[in-house]
Design a protein around this ligand. Structure first.
Ligand code: SF4
Length: 349
């Protein structure tokens, strides 16, 4: 039986039952070695990172996600001048990507989102990785246009790629508990596949460690794999551990243990290795040392320098807001891997 399962694993066709069998039957070390071997087969010993800057343009939001510590009633909204200043600072230190996300600002319409992109693009040559599927929905709803129209307009204004955040766990019974006013799983997939069909690549994420079970995580990763088999539009998969401070959900959920993080990253590699080559560990969420450790269990990317990070920090993240390229390269060298800088689309620089 195990031989048949391993054959399906190598072909990239691991089923849910296969994954559960592997987790139940293999020792942790065997499971983790399998993930590491698949990483080696697909991407070798190179570990990548991107020099980027995060800009969270507002923390004012009409949403009600139970895991959120970022939204604030008396929130800020960055002016165009402040945004351009931040982009300028990023470009000066060699950033190739500006990552923009914000709260769902009441009354913000598609033209506002497009205006932000146009203002940056008319001043800087930089890749803009911006707006979660939830923000795309917010923009289209407030402007009475459909998703495709909104995405086309954003692309014409300079949107190069999108973060696949707001995915949380793609199961509506879980979403009703943790983010009741967010788009449904089907809407998330529809926005993502529409973006891919228009030539807008995205990342894919999973928020784990709250009310979901291990089975739910496997279902989520397999759903992402199904989408990728159809569109090939995901650049990477990023498991994001739930941060429990300063939010409602943190009071009612269990705490994750380190082994949970390793299992999630390892099983992600095992399920996705033939469809999504890049598995990223988030140093902001996991902490720097744990993110480095995940490189031994299937991960091949450490994400970005960020320069500024407000969402995780508000939920108790203590990893800081910036890692220099040197810091990231030292982490990679520290586990015997080869550091390489990349752009957003995983072209080596
Ligand atoms: S997670 Fe995002 S959408 Fe949800 S409440 Fe917080 S800022 Fe709003």
């Amino acid at each position: 039986m195990i031989d048949e399962i391993l054959e399906r694993v190598l072909e990239g066709n691991t089923t849910k039952d296969d994954a559960l069998y592997l987790v139940a039957s293999l020792s942790f070390q065997e499971l983790f070695n399998l993930a590491d071997q698949l990483r080696l087969n697909e991407v070798g010993d190179t570990v990548t990172y991107v020099v980027n800057r995060n800009i969270n343009f507002t923390n004012s939001c009409i949403g009600n996600c139970a895991f959120c510590a970022f939204k604030n009633e008396a929130g800020y909204v960055l002016s165009e001048e402040q945004i351009l200043q931040k982009v300028q600072e990023a470009v000066e230190i060699g950033a190739t990507e500006i990552c923009i996300q914000g709260g769902l600002l009441k009354g913000m319409v598609l033209d506002d989102y497009c205006g932000m992109l146009e203002s940056i693009k008319s001043n800087f040559e930089v890749h803009i990785h911006a707006f979660s599927p939830m923000e795309i929905f917010h923009a289209s709803k407030n402007s009475n246009v459909d998703i495709k129209y909104a995405l086309k307009a954003l692309k014409n204004s300079g949107l190069n790629s999108m973060p696949g955040t707001a995915a949380e766990i793609l199961d509506d019974s879980i979403r009703r508990k943790i983010c009741p006013s967010k788009i449904s799983a089907e809407q998330w997939i529809n926005i993502i596949t529409t973006a891919h069909s228009l030539g807008i690549p995205t990342t894919a994420t999973m928020l784990y460690g709250h009310v979901e079970s291990f089975n739910d995580r496997i279902d989520h990763v397999l759903l992402i794999r199904d989408v990728q088999k159809k569109t090939k539009g995901f650049t990477e998969f990023i498991p994001l551990p739930f941060m429990s401070n300063n939010n409602h959900l943190g009071k009612v959920t269990r705490r994750l243990e380190g082994i949970d993080d390793i299992k999630v990253h390892a099983i992600s590699r095992i399920l996705l290795h033939k469809s999504i080559k890049n598995i990223q560990s988030s140093w902001v969420k996991l902490g720097v040392k744990s993110a480095q450790m995940m490189l031994l269990y299937g991960v091949n990317d450490l994400g970005g320098t960020l320069m500024e990070e407000k969402i995780t920090k508000s939920a108790g993240g203590t990893a800081g807001e910036y890692l220099s390229p040197n810091d990231l390269e030292n982490l990679i060298l520290g586990v015997g891997r080869i550091p390489r800088r990349r752009n957003t689309l995983y072209e080596l620089i």
